[in-house]
Write a protein that binds this ligand. Structure first.
Ligand code: TXA
Ligand code: MG
Length: 334
């Protein structure tokens, strides 16, 4: 597997050849790295599911380079779609709309709807244009694990299973796109993400949230446990007795700002010393990758205010913290 610098046109040309030939390319977006395949090539998309070990019931986002191209694959309703695309594309907003016949069913996991976005990263847009294909691309990590925000995260997790990684440095947003369904009368958030709900509400007025996605997944991809570290993580208040290491225990702490009395922890990751939520989101997954590499006994995260990007960060942390039977819980085996 090769890693090439995403800012070089030869790298984009090679990546585009691979996509056209039915191969898989990991590429940078402003949110996280994606694992891209030609969206209209069912065999290539099937390989994406295989490499990620992703359940076939979990549909994949289609990435396009313009709103016009989006309309080839989705039927955008008259009400909010145009204004949302004008205001927020390219950017971290995915729109779910009825699909057209161009999209093979494997991309949408058999659903009648398709999720589409135009990413705000020059290398992603260049790759889509140069390959002359829409890219079906989930995050470039094994299903359920921490998403990649650096090329090295992709290399660590998927190494020789893919054809090429385009290295575009660190992802600026750091959490996945907000997924917004436009299939009902009122736009509905299916996944909190890089575009804050408050910002969308300012444009559309009324906004619905899918019923607590942790309890009742509406999008097949809203799996309860996701974004998960191998080391068990809990989200605890600072005063909680379990937030402190017990004697002999090696605990890692994830905190928004510099915590007080943190010297009892084996490692501390501060997401943003000034408490800036954009910076925190951009650092979140890299901090989780680093803590996980230390193979500590457990990880603790202090809750963040759920405003703006805080909603997406807390969504990721809660899902990371869910333990299901068979996963490595406290005291369990790695
Ligand atoms: O920022 C992002 O969205 C990144 C980058 C690579 O673009 N991609 C990403 O893809 O996060 P993935 O596969 O990790 O998450 C896609 C989410 C899943 O929760 C999936 O269930 C949902 O989008 N989704 C896709 N198609 C859908 C559909 N037709 N209806 C409802 N949800 C859908
Ligand atoms: Mg993902």
């Amino acid at each position: 597997m090769k890693i090439l610098n995403a800012s070089q046109s030869e790298a984009i040309a090679e990546a585009a050849r691979i996509i056209r030939g039915g191969g898989l390319v990991a590429f940078p977006t402003e949110t996280v790295y994606g694992l891209g395949a030609d969206a209209c090539n069912p065999m290539a998309v099937a390989r994406v599911y295989e490499v990620k070990r992703r359940p076939r019931i979990d549909p994949i986002i289609v990435h396009v380079a313009s709103p016009e191209d989006a309309k080839l694959y989705g039927m955008f309703p008259d009400n909010f779609a145009n204004i949302l695309m004008t205001r927020f594309w390219p950017g971290p907003l995915t729109l779910v709309v009825p699909r057209t016949a161009r999209i093979p069913p494997i991309v949408t996991a058999g659903l009648d709807t398709v999720a589409i976005r135009m990413p705000a990263h020059p290398a992603a847009l260049a790759l889509i244009r140069e390959s002359d294909r829409a890219l079906a691309a989930p995050s470039a990590n094994p299903f359920g694990s921490v998403s990649p925000t650096e090329a090295s995260h992709v290399a660590d997790q998927l190494s020789d299973q893919i054809d090429l990684i385009l290295d575009g440095g660190r992802c600026a947003v750091g959490v996945e796109s907000t997924v917004l369904s436009l299939t009902g009368p009122v736009p509905r958030i299916l996944r909190a993400g890089g575009l804050p709900a408050e910002t969308i509400r300012d444009v559309v007025g009324e906004l619905e949230w899918s019923a607590d996605a942790l309890e009742r997944p509406e999008a097949p991809g809203q799996m309860e446990r996701h974004y998960a570290t191998l080391t068990p993580l809990e989200v605890l208040e600072e005063g909680d007795p379990n937030a402190r290491p017990r004697s002999g225990e090696r605990v890692g702490l994830l905190s928004l700002t510099d915590p007080e009395g943190c010297c009892t922890y084996s490692a501390v990751e501060v997401l943003s010393p000034t408490g800036d939520m954009r910076e925190a989101a951009a650092n979140l997954f890299a901090a989780l990758h680093r803590l996980d590499h230390l193979k500590l006994d457990r990880l603790v995260a202090f809750p963040l205010p759920e405003r703006g990007l805080g909603a997406a960060i807390m969504d990721r942390l809660r899902r990371c913290a869910v333990r299901v039977s068979g996963s490595r819980g406290p005291g369990g085996k790695r």
